[in-house]
Design a protein around this ligand. Structure first.
Ligand SMILES: Cc1ncc(COP(=O)(O)O)c(C=O)c1O
Length: 390
């Protein structure tokens, strides 16, 4: 009999599966679950985008595309970034990828050598640390705190830089906290990095989802930062296109060239159908995206009010579609809270610890679900908290 433990990569075996998945799997086996667990828009992709994909099929555009993506899509991405952030990327500085996920992966694989350190601002999206570890490199946690509105501070970054630090990954608006970084906060980070060789991967997939009049500022637009920035974004969140698997990365030519090789040999190109869909999204769906944001804002205000009323202190998120309430008053760990809530009230939320150790004591709830479902979830959580106290 084969001893798979001897055969399989020790590095891969040492990586834990995503802490989010476990709860999805549990919830999937139960009836009547209200899910605030999913990190995806509660909307179907806008009609115009779906029609563009169907048209591309009808026209027989079913072949491999250029490795880095179809020219009209790259042209639209470039126009969009110029319009939004006044940053310019040329054709040879952009790669259309299979979601922001692939963009993150090829960025790390192009940069990292075994033993390199990457500063990871936590709590954060679940893929960063494992993707770094898959390169044989070391994720170094940079903690953010509710008291600082979950913003990363220059002091925290400075204190973790060593001669081995190769890169920093940031993502604002943040999954799971909903924090944003304003221009002055990004400038303070830039001040720490000037004069170093540290590359910044900035995952700005929630850029379109900001509230309260806050306009997203890109790290790439901060003075002097473009040369050290790998800009990552995608269509999943702003245009409700999670299933299409389409995103992109932009970086200076020397970096893009190496990322391009990883991309070329790993996946060749993203789905051509999804690329035509994404092209339509950028050309004509600003309004659809803004309508969804307005709807999320209503849900955001409701859920923050309810959680605070129930005694689960909740930082007021200014971006993305997540709240990250403090559950320490219950005396439960974040895993216990989620498991008990799911089993007794059939509401699924995600333990904060799934997003990094500093997420312990918090849970992530997504308000991308319909308002009526959020209301039902709040009612059940209220009952749950009362029963815990009884
Ligand atoms: C911060 C962040 N980055 C990247 C992704 C993955 O995006 P995509 O669907 O484009 O791969 C997610 C998905 O939840 C995310 O929250």
């Amino acid at each position: 009999m084969l001893d798979y433990n001897k055969i399989l990569s020790k590095n891969v075996m040492s990586i834990k599966p995503s802490g989010i998945r476990r709860f999805f799997d549990l919830a999937e086996e139960m009836d009547g679950v209200v899910s605030l667990g999913l990190g995806e828009p509660g909307f179907v992709t806008p009609d115009k985008i779906r029609a563009a994909a169907i048209a591309s099929l009808d026209e027989g555009k079913t072949y491999y595309s250029a490795n880095t993506g179809i020219a009209p899509l790259k042209h639209e991405i470039s126009k969009y970034l110029k319009r939004k952030y006044n940053i310019s990327y040329e054709n040879n500085e952009m790669i259309v990828t299979i979601g922001a996920s692939e963009a993150i992966d090829i960025a790390f694989r192009a940069l990292l050598e075994p033993g390199d350190e990457v500063l990871v601002v936590e709590p954060c999206f679940v893929s960063y640390a494992p993707t770094i570890q898959l390169c044989g490199a070391v994720p170094v946690s940079i903690v953010t705190r509710a008291e600082d509105a979950f913003r990363v501070t220059p002091e925290e970054i400075k204190s973790k830089i060593t001669p081995k630090t190769k890169a920093l990954i940031i993502s604002f608006p943040s999954n799971p906290t909903g924090a944003i970084m304003k221009r002055e906060h990004l400038e303070a980070i830039a001040d720490v990095l000037r004069g170093t060789d540290i590359i910044v991967i900035t995952d700005e997939i929630y850029a379109e989802l900001t509230y309260g009049g806050n306009k997203h500022v890109s790290f790439a637009e901060i003075d002097g930062m473009r040369e050290r920035t790998i800009f990552v974004s995608g269509f999943s969140k702003a245009f409700a296109m999670t299933g299409w698997r389409i995103g992109y990365a932009c970086a200076p030519v020397p970096i893009a060239k190496q990322m391009m090789k990883v991309h070329q040999y790993a996946v060749m190109c993203p789905s051509s159908i999804s690329q035509y869909a994404a092209l339509e999204a950028l050309k004509s769906c600003d309004e659809d995206s803004q309508k969804m944001v307005a709807e999320y804002d209503i849900r955001r205000q409701y859920i923050v009010g309810e959680l605070n009323r129930m005694g689960l202190t909740c930082f007021n998120p200014e971006g993305a579609f997540y709240v990250f309430p403090d559950i320490r008053s219950t005396g439960l760990t974040s895993e216990e809270f989620c498991e008990k809530l799911l089993m007794s009230k059939k509401v699924s939320v995600v333990p904060g610890v799934a997003f990094g150790e500093c997420g312990e004591g918090f849970v992530r709830m997504s308000y991308s679900n319909k308002l009526e479902n959020i209301k039902e979830a709040m009612k059940r959580i209220d009952e749950f908290l009362h029963e815990l106290k009884a």
